[in-house]
Write a protein that binds this ligand. Structure first.
Ligand code: IMP
Length: 427
């Protein structure tokens, strides 16, 4: 019953695609359990680079069945264009499975996302503008459209009517926009229905049967722990649960089935969008991290905010996810610094605080308390084992492990598939 969860331990963009892909060859199913096309995985296979937004990265491993679980929100136009893009490059996508219970990102939800952000002005969340929040809001408000609704025109029409009832009032009276016509939406959605049909399945049943048959199932989180709607830096979060519990609800497997929870941890910290970020840098070090690390969003093309490693956040991720391991990524980006600051605690209103404060106000006031670790100058991208790393790089990894509360079982030393040091096997 090997069920692994792989998730971001910071604010997303930790390099999960690489980690998932590393396991892809030995995994039978890769399952996305939350989020939508707000995610962005970059996977490098040989000399080919793939940017995936909605599809699970297992789609690039021929033996693996990729699954979009019930907890995901699906934009059908994005799904179809991502599939055809891969097909054009010779990738077989026919094994994809999509839960009939996954919710559809409708065109009006993309509109609502954008107009709401504009309306919020300087209080905006900095969303990806992909309709994620409004689609999850509809789901919770019980006016969402599910994949299965595409196959019953009468139900679909009633549901779109119900969803647009209030939204059109808001759009026209508050946002001064034109009302959206029910027929037009229904027509567009029905147009996608047949194209998506071959993939739609009872994924909960299939995944539980696979686990009973001792297949290896990997649950792949989008975004990251600090973007979790319950455990993140609310309200500057996404609208789903990237944390480990989300794998259970978003894929329909019980917690007793999960054997390992791996947190992907970047060797420094980045964030996109608004919200607090204690170790954020506004100087040339931040600029250097952004440049060397290629810190630009796969989905939005926005520059990422960059800062030093924050051990308080890593400890928090260990706790809320029950992490069994870390996969440390992008260690090579830190090559060349004399000393590397690491945030070990915060100072909040003159007091030293070791753990993430639950109060939003306190977190906004948190100042990093740094320890300075000696850097290394040697190229580490060819390192195959931990012993190949320079002493100071080894020391940096060990220090992060001690501060973060779970063993570091793999280290990324470059973007390529083979530029990884495996310390403990994940399987
Ligand atoms: P939304 O998910 O589009 O609603 O955006 C909410 C917040 O999550 C914004 O700050 C986004 O920048 C952030 N976000 C969403 N998806 C990702 C991701 O894949 N990586 C990093 N940040 C993300």
């Amino acid at each position: 019953m090997p069920a692994l969860v792989l998730l971001g331990a910071q604010w997303g963009d930790e390099g999960k695609g690489k980690a998932t892909d590393l396991l892809g060859g030995s995994v039978d199913y890769v399952v996305r359990y939350q989020g939508g096309n707000n995610a962005g995985h970059t996977v490098v296979v040989g000399d080919q680079k793939y940017a995936l937004h909605l599809l699970p990265s297992g789609i690039l491993s021929p033996g693996c069945t990729p699954v979009i679980g019930n907890g995901v929100v699906v934009d059908p136009s994005v799904l179809l264009s991502e599939l055809s893009g891969l097909n054009e490059r010779g990738v077989d996508t026919s094994k994809l499975l999509i839960s009939g219970n996954a919710h559809i990102i409708t065109p009006y939800n993309v509109t609502v996302d954008k107009v709401t952000e504009r309306f919020l002005g300087k209080r905006k969340i900095g969303t990806t503008g992909r309709g994620i929040g409004p689609t999850y809001a509809d789901k919770i408000n019980r006016v969402g459209i599910r994949v299965q609704d595409l196959y019953d025109e009468s139900i679909l029409t009633q549901k779109v009517e119900a969803a647009l009832d209030v939204k059109n009032q808001v759009l026209t009276k508050l946002f001064n926009r034109r009302a959206i016509a029910v027929d037009q939406v229904v027509e567009e959605l029905l147009d996608y229905a047949e194209k998506i049909k071959p993939y739609v399945a009872d994924t909960v049943l299939i995944l539980n049967q696979a686990l009973d048959d001792d297949k290896v199932v990997l649950f792949e989180g989008g975004q990251g722990t600090l973007l979790d709607i319950d455990h993140g830096t609310y309200p500057f979060v996404t609208s789903s649960n990237p944390t480990a519990g989300g794998a259970c609800t978003g894929a329909g497997v019980g917690p007793t089935k999960i054997s390992r929870v791996i947190g992907i941890l970047k060797a420094y910290t980045t964030r996109v969008g608004s919200g607090p970020f204690p170790t954020e840098l506004f100087d040339e070090d931040g600029e250097a991290l952004r440049r060397i690390g290629g810190e630009r969003g796969v989905t939005t093309g926005r520059d990422r905010r960059c800062g030093w490693f924050d051990a308080v956040i890593a400890r928090y991720a260990t706790r809320v996810n029950g992490l069994t391991d870390f996969f440390l990524t992008k260690l090579d980006v830190l090559t060349g610094w004399e000393q590397i600051p690491v945030c070990v605690a915060y100072e909040i209103d003159g007091e030293r605080v070791e753990e993430l404060p639950y109060s939003q106000t306190d977190f906004h006031h948190a100042k990093p308390v740094y320890e300075y670790l000696p850097g290394w100058q040697e190229d580490i991208t060819k390192a195959k084992t931990f012993a190949d790393l320079p002493k100071n790089a080894q020391g940096y990894v060990k220090a992060l492990e001690d501060m973060s509360g779970a063993p570091i079982s793999a280290i990324g030393v470059g973007p390529g598939r083979d530029e990884t040091i495996e310390i403990n096997s994940f399987l």
